[in-house]
Design a protein around this ligand. Structure first.
Ligand code: BTN
Length: 323
């Protein structure tokens, strides 16, 4: 592990550490410690320096802990989980698993920060260090890419179930998979599939949840956003969030694999923010207006228009609730 992240681990208790003791523990000079502290501040970590006492973070920082996450899972979920890849920093947890598709199905990748976090439709996913959740899961399917149209919707339901367990009751889903609270984005899902259209294939399922977004990072977000601390009105343990999410996600993937989207349709209706509302769908160059009419069993969006019911498959389609 790099010196920088060894330093973060030492400072994560929120207590004072003298430059000298840190230097000794990490095998570098006090001046080098100071240099690293400056980098941590640039990353958004509030490191205070007090003459005669040393360095400390303004508050303890709960770092992600693979052992703790696995321990908090039920035996059933632990069996479905192949392993946890935990990194302080990655380009993107999705890209890590895409580069390592040979890893066993059920491998999870988490990072404390992403340097090139990606959202849908080429957007950036703002991913500062140690404050939010960036999680991806590799999962193999036998039924081919063609059968995975509804996968990201099932993942959305798994995410909503997780949020409900945390007491966030007012989150909803905007097709295909935006998680919103009072129209502000709380979480997003990016599913990337590869393989045969009707044979073995794999999906990298990426989930980003804003947990406690720092102000400086928030300035980079180009949409209306919120985070879990605001939505839940309380501090959230990211390790508990990760294990709660994995619990729901692994169960949902198992069910989706066996039964497709049908076990999720009723819940989708409950969480669907566009149901019965006026909606604009942008598909390619076209803009179509109508009323949201839910989804079909393949996960396509149904829009009631003056010219009848229109169906939109996921992909480069975007949806705006206008009423
Ligand atoms: C979106 O709503 O646009 C999807 C956002 C998905 C973000 C997550 S964070 C973990 C994983 N790694 C990425 O680079 N993106 C996904």
């Amino acid at each position: 592990m790099s010196v920088r992240y060894q330093l973060v681990e030492r400072l994560s208790d929120g207590a004072f550490h003298s430059g000298e003791s840190l230097g000794q523990a990490l095998g570098i000079s006090r001046a080098a410690i100071w240099k690293q502290v400056r980098v941590l501040r640039e990353m958004g970590l509030p490191v205070h320096a007090v003459r005669g006492r040393g360095y400390r973070l303004s508050a303890p920082l709960e770092l992600l802990d693979a052992e703790r996450i696995a321990e908090e899972l039920t035996p059933g979920a632990r069996e479905r989980l192949a392993g946890i890849e935990l990194h302080h920093e990655l380009d993107s947890t999705n890209d890590f698993l895409r580069r390592n598709r040979a890893l066993p199905s059920g491998t999870v990748c988490l990072a404390e920060r992403q340097l090139r976090g990606r959202g849908r439709r080429g957007r950036q996913w703002v991913s500062p260090y140690g404050t939010n959740l960036y999680l991806s899961l590799l999962w193999r399917f036998e039924q081919g890419v063609e059968g995975l149209g509804g996968l990201s919707l099932a993942v959305g339901i798994a995410l909503l179930r997780t949020l409900h367990e945390l007491g966030v009751e007012d989150a909803g889903l905007k097709w295909p998979n935006d998680v919103l609270v009072h129209q502000a984005k709380l979480a997003g899902i990016l599913v990337e599939v590869a393989g045969e259209s009707a044979g073995p294939c794999s999906a990298v399922i990426g989930i980003g949840i804003n947990v406690d977004m720092p102000d400086a990072a928030a300035r980079e977000i180009d949409q209306h956003w919120t985070d879990l601390c605001h939505a839940a009105g309380a501090a959230i343990s990211r390790n508990r969030l990760a294990s709660g999410l994995l619990e729901c996600l692994l169960e949902a993937l198992h069910d989706f694999n066996e039964l497709g989207l049908s076990p999720f349709l009723e819940e989708w209706r409950r969480y669907d923010l566009s149901l019965g509302r006026e909606v604009q769908v942008r598909s390619g160059g076209d803009l179509v207006t109508g009323r949201g009419s839910g989804i079909d069993v393949d996960g396509a969006f149904l829009l009631e228009t003056l010219n009848g019911l229109r169906r939109f498959a996921s992909g480069e389609v975007s949806l705006r609730i206008t009423e």
